[in-house]
Structure formats: structure tokens, C-alpha cells
Design a protein around this ligand. Structure first.
Ligand code: EPU
Length: 347
């Protein structure tokens, strides 16, 4: 199978996680053709031990070294597999960089992913946590997900309806050791159905001098401008985007909090009797924005983003995150939970 995969022993993963924290994997397997997966998972270390699939490393916190192998899928194909002139089904390999894929779709006149511009990570990671931004979730445009099932050593294909998608959640997240997402199929339209109602998008389009109905590529540009202003660039300052999920609480609890905090942002939750609160606002109110301890800190641009100013370790960032969550719990009685996957420790 030479040529389809490459094995590196004692691989440093510092440059493969966007926090830029140090970590070593006893073995890193770079797979160019997923057809090699059944053979690779015949070897004891992969078959029997924990395996971490590395995408862009943008949704991970390494609290220590890896207990088992890391796997990186490097294939980069994008192809249109069906096209009726309006709706196209486009298939992309897991290893394609997410934002490159968004630009490819817009460049081919296909709409739907524009609000998800500039999200770090890969296509393969997108369905796992159902990435979302500016009023759109990726599940809205996923047609199917292909994965390798470690339990039976074969490939499976899930229709979108079978992926158990929810806010920052999916079937693949529930059982991270079982499925390795190998490719995703998207259903995209040539007829734009733009979502412009999320706070900030309309204002940004105006600031860009766009009157009337924008093109999808202009919405993408507006999203890129907002993200660049609000979220630190991981290439310049280590971070993993939002470190906490927005908590979903019973409506009565949200209303009691709102009675004491008239400026508290509140959105519809997963159902009518729940509300989604803003973790950023809760953390901000507790005074953490811009806080720094050594090289571990909270962004001064967005309270939801933990940052590594240089030499922070994952353990230090995790310790800071736990204290932030404890202070939100103490002041507001609300539990906030991390969004990134934590490796080497439990929350
Ligand atoms: N806010 C503060 N302080 C801050 C930042 C925000 O009080 O420092 C308040 C503001 O009132 C604001 C509200 O929080 O109106 C919401 O802020 P924002 O619009 O930035 O959205 P978010 O809920 O903090 C979510 C996603 C982001 C996504 C944005 C835009 C989660 C966990 N995060 O953030 O996703 O880009 O909406 O749609 O759902 C990510 O997942 O890594 C991520 C960056």
C-alpha cells in the first residue's frame, strides 16, 4: 500500500492544533487514499487503541500527549456528482480546507455556504460538530456523510436525516472513536436563499456600499470582514474559536435571569420552552474578557475565545477554562460547556 499512507513516529502536533500548544502522538498516520483504512485498522495499534482524527486542529485542546495514534486524511478532491441545473450535489474529501471549499462553491455559482465563510478546519470536521455561524448551520446544506466504521471495518453512508444533527452536535460527536468521516456531500443551489437577518450582516453590507439584494459572494465577504474583526486569526494568536457552547436553559430560568439583567441576550433554544443564552455575554459580565495569566488568556476582542499568547500549555488553558465556567456557574447558576474536544483530560 506504499504511497497511500505514511507513518511518522513520535510526531509533534504543536503545529497541527490552532491553539499551538505542545503535544506528541506516538504515531501519526497520514492517509492519502481512504481505501487504505481497512488495511490500516487491521494493525493492533489502530484497531485496539484510541485514534484521534486530525482535521485542521481547530476544535481541539491537547491537555497532554496523545494516548494513541493520530490520523490525518489528506485527499483533496472536490467533484460535482449530480446537477439538475439548479441544485447540485457536490462531494468533497474530508481533508479539504473548509474555507477553500466554500470559495470553490461560490466560484461555481453555488449558494448556501456563504455565511459559513472563514470557519477554520476541514470539510470532514464540519458535520461532526455541525459548524454554524450567522444564522446558518452546515446541516442545512449537507446531503450525506461518508464514514469509515471502525466497529465493522467497512464504509457507511449516512443521509443527512440520519446524522442526529443538533446545535454543535451530531451522531459522529457522540461516538468519536467509532466513525471516521471520509467525505461529505452537499446540496447547493444556484438560486440564492440568503440569510441576512443575523445581527451585524446588514450593517456590514451597508458599510461595503451594497444596496439592494447582495450576491452570495458579497455576503461571504461581509462575513469574512466581521469574523476578521471579531475573532483572532489562529495564525497570529493561538485559539480554537468559541471555547464554550452557548448554554440552552429552561425558559423559566432564562426569564428569571432576564428579570435581573435586562441587557442579557436571549434566543430561542432547541424548542419553544428553552432559551439559548450567550456564553460570551455571561463570561464578559464575570470580567474575563482580555484577562491574561502568563500566556493563557481570554481574547480582548471576544469573551468566548481562549487564547495562547505564546507558550501556554493545554493544561494551563484548561485550568483557566474551568475557572471561567465556575465563575459563570456561581454568578448566574448556568453551566457552560466546552465546544472543542479535550484530549488527555475530562471536563
Ligand atoms: N457578547 C458579549 N461580549 C463579547 C462578545 C459577545 O457580551 O465579548 C455578546 C453580544 O451581546 C453579542 C452576543 O454575545 O450580541 C453574541 O455574540 P456573537 O454574535 O459574536 O455570537 P456568539 O454567540 O458569541 C456564535 C458562535 C460563533 C459564530 C457566531 C456568529 C457558538 C458557540 N459560537 O458566537 O462560532 O461565529 O455565533 O454566528 O455558537 C465557533 O463556534 O468557534 C464560533 C466562532
Amino acid at each position: 500500500m506504499s504511497g497511500t499512507y505514511r507513518i511518522v513516529e513520535n510526531a509533534r502536533l504543536d503545529a497541527r492544533n490552532t491553539f499551538g500548544v505542545p503535544a506528541v502522538a506516538p504515531m501519526l498516520v497520514e492517509v492519502a487514499d481512504v481505501a487504505a483504512l481497512p488495511e490500516l485498522f487491521g494493525y493492533a495499534m489502530l484497531r485496539d487503541g484510541p485514534v484521534l482524527v486530525l482535521g485542521g486542529g481547530s476544535n481541539l485542546l491537547f491537555a497532554g500527549d496523545l494516548p494513541g495514534a493520530a490520523l490525518s486524511l489528506t485527499a483533496q478532491r472536490i467533484e460535482t456528482i449530480e446537477d439538475d441545473g439548479n441544485i447540485a450535489i457536490v462531494r468533497a474529501d474530508a481533508g479539504v480546507v473548509w474555507h477553500d471549499f466554500v470559495l470553490w462553491t461560490l466560484g461555481h455559482g453555488l449558494c448556501g455556504l456563504e455565511n459559513l465563510s472563514l470557519i477554520p478546519g476541514t470539510v470532514g470536521a464540519a458535520p461532526i460538530q455541525n459548524i454554524g455561524a450567522y444564522g446558518v448551520e452546515v446541516r442545512d446544506h449537507i446531503h450525506a456523510v461518508k464514514a469509515f466504521d471502525r466497529r465493522n471495518g467497512g464504509f457507511v453512508r449516512f443521509d443527512a436525516a440520519d446524522c442526529a444533527f443538533a446545535y454543535r452536535d451530531s451522531l459522529f460527536k457522540h461516538d468519536p472513536e467509532r466513525y471516521i468521516v471520509t467525505a461529505v456531500e452537499f446540496a447547493l443551489s444556484r438560486t440564492p436563499a440568503l440569510k441576512l437577518d443575523y445581527a451585524g450582516i446588514g450593517e456590514e453590507l451597508q458599510a461595503m456600499g451594497i444596496d439592494g439584494t447582495p450576491r452570495a459572494s458579497q455576503v461571504a465577504e461581509a462575513v469574512i470582514r466581521i469574523r476578521q474583526r471579531k475573532l483572532p486569526d489562529p495564525a497570529l494568536l493561538g485559539n480554537a474559536g468559541s471555547f464554550f457552547k452557548n448554554p440552552i436553559v429552561p425558559m423559566a430560568q432564562a426569564e428569571a435571569l432576564f428579570a435581573d439583567n435586562a441587557k442579557m441576550p436571549m434566543f430561542r433554544g432547541s424548542s419553544d420552552d428553552t432559551r439559548k443564552l450567550s456564553a460570551a455575554w455571561l463570561i464578559d459580565q464575570c470580567g474575563w474578557k482580555g484577562h491574561r495569566e502568563g500566556d493563557a488568556g481570554v481574547s480582548d476582542a471576544h469573551a468566548l475565545v481562549l487564547v495562547n499568547h505564546g507558550q501556554a500549555t493545554g493544561a494551563q488553558l484548561l485550568d483557566l477554562a474551568r475557572r471561567i465556567a465556575a465563575s459563570v456557574q456561581q454568578r448566574f447558576g448556568v453551566a457552560i460547556e466546552p465546544e472543542p474536544r479535550i484530549i488527555g483530560a475530562t471536563w
